[in-house]
Design a protein around this ligand. Structure first.
Ligand code: SF4
Ligand code: SF4
Length: 149
């Protein structure tokens, strides 16, 4: 990867390896969400996608994620502006908005555990979709996100 590529190149010029390295491993985008059809608001659940390994906050089958979880969304530089639901802490969102990476980001601090110690990741609270009956999902809403254009 090129030295400090995230400061020197726009998102659309990153290599695949650089693009993947931008993910801070928070797992927040892998929390289940419900969308209100009328308001567009998103309800975020404290329940993680069935494929999220909560201990590591990484997808347990990243290669096959789209065939196994049809709702899984592919982040691309072209579509990043559409992803209003990404957390403000997300490295892709930060760079797309012209902000810098956070100091706790693994690329800056060299420590992939700091995102967990800082409480940014879902490791400390998420429960797996495997452990929640579908009828009880609504009881696990933890935030409502307004969707702005
Ligand atoms: S929210 Fe962003 S940084 Fe966090 S896991 Fe998802 S893509 Fe990676
Ligand atoms: S399939 Fe993997 S990357 Fe997609 S939401 Fe689930 S855990 Fe996250």
């Amino acid at each position: 990867m090129r030295e400090r590529f995230w400061e020197r190149f726009p998102l659309e010029e990153l290599t695949t390896e650089e693009w993947e390295a931008l993910c801070d491993g928070c797992g927040q985008c892998c929390l289940l969400k419900f969308q209100d059809d009328d308001t567009g608001e998103l309800a975020v659940l404290g329940v993680a996608c069935e494929l999220l390994d909560i201990a590591s906050c990484r997808c347990s089958d990243y290669e096959n994620r789209f065939s196994r979880v049809p709702d899984c969304t592919r982040l691309t530089p072209e579509r990043i502006a559409e992803f209003h639901w990404l957390p403000h802490s997300c490295a892709y969102r930060r760079l797309a908005e012209g902000r810098k990476l956070a100091r706790w980001h693994p690329l800056l601090c060299g420590d992939s555990e700091r995102v967990h110690r800082k409480g940014i990741s879902v490791r400390s609270f998420a429960i797996s979709q495997h452990d929640v009956p579908e009828a009880e999902l609504e009881e696990h809403i933890i935030a409502i996100l307004p969707i702005d254009d």
